[in-house]
Design a protein around this ligand. Structure first.
Ligand code: NAP
Length: 301
């Protein structure tokens, strides 16, 4: 009985891998319809500067998954010594190409290149990362825009547990332009009451304990403790942190102390297998959205 009670009090583990696979399936169907009805094949161009091994893995995965949903994948690999001017010229070329609907510049860039200037050079209509100031601004004022992928994934995962988030107290820990701020804006659009916490916030545990929906995007391994979580809350863990594991190998952990949190939360994303797989799936969705929007085609996705 004790064991049963313990099992029953554990959180639902949100299956990001499965939800991402279903989303990719929906995207693949829509890509096929776009080809059949309009003769359009969406194309995603990824630009990689330098040889960062983690970035190379991401770019390879993106290429594989882009092709798997029936889109065209274009990869541009440039040496780490590429000048900012050289990179801007490549972006200009991709902006002009009719067969390229989405442009993604893999970050981080080498230190001699100003990432902000590069992002601003991308045609906002092809900005599938949603980092261009025009798209960030449109999101901020609630206008349709291309929205950063990881934040869309976070909201989809939360809604897989609770379809209507209206009135929920949402706490986002982290205020980066890539995750924290856009996810807060999306949650506001879902009618949550949103608090954004950061490194200067006072009494973070007390702020976190208010949350019906807690999004952790901090970049610190197992930073959020189990006793910071309101019983029954939905916990979305964005963190990807490599820590030393058994046998000298690294293992991945999130920003939330999963083993403690799962006894308190109502639902929680695991790391790996939670937010991570959603990011590329949402990138493919954004590419599809951009391909349709550029041609004035209404999409039913
Ligand atoms: P970031 O740019 O480093 O931002 C981290 C945020 O956390 C900042 O706003 C920072 O506050 C806040 N923070 C740091 N220490 C804190 C503390 N002690 N107390 C409260 N807040 C604190 O990171 P990011 O790009 O948003 O990424 C966050 C995490 O998500 C990382 O682990 C990253 O690897 C992961 N990530 C995952 C995916 C995915 O696909 N799953 C995608 C993107 C990122 P200040 O602003 O005050 O400095």
């Amino acid at each position: 009985m004790g064991a049963l009670r313990e099992t029953m009090s554990w959180a639902t583990i949100i299956d990001g891998k499965g939800i991402a696979a279903r989303l990719r399936g929906d995207v693949a169907e829509a890509v096929a319809r776009l080809g059949r009805d309009h003769g359009v094949t969406p194309g995603l161009a990824v630009v990689l500067v330098g040889e960062d091994p983690a970035s190379e893995v991401y770019v390879r995965n993106k290429d594989r998954q882009t092709r798997a949903v029936g889109m065209a994948s274009f990869e541009t690999k440039l040496p780490a010594t590429t000048s900012e001017k050289g990179l801007l010229a490549v972006i200009g070329e991709l902006n002009r190409r009719a067969d390229v609907d989405g442009i993604l510049v893999q970050l981080p860039l080498p230190p001699h290149i100003d990432a902000g200037r590069v992002i601003e050079a991308i045609d906002p209509a092809k900005d599938v990362d949603g980092f261009h100031p025009l798209n960030a601004g449109r999101l901020a004022i609630g206008e349709p825009s291309l929205v950063p992928c990881t934040p869309i994934g976070c909201v989809m995962l939360a809604k897989s547990v609770q379809q209507d988030l209206t009135g929920a107290e949402a706490v986002v820990i982290g205020r980066s332009n890539i995750v924290g701020k856009p996810v807060a804006r999306l949650l506001l659009a879902e009618n949550c009451t949103v608090t954004v916490a950061h490194s200067r916030s006072r009494d973070l545990p007390a702020i976190a304990r208010r949350a019906d929906l807690l999004i952790a995007a901090v970049g610190r391994p197992e930073f959020v403790r189990g006793d910071w979580i309101k019983p029954g809350a939905i916990v979305i863990d964005v963190g990807i942190n490599r820590v030393p594991g058994e046998g000298g190998k690294n293992r991945l952990v999130g920003d939330v102390q999963f083993e403690d949190a799962r006894h308190v939360a109502g639902a929680i994303t695991p790391v790996p297998g939670g937010v991570g797989p959603m990011t590329i799936a949402c990138l493919l969705r954004n590419t599809l959205t951009a391909a349709a929007a550029r041609r004035g085609i209404a999409l039913d996705l």
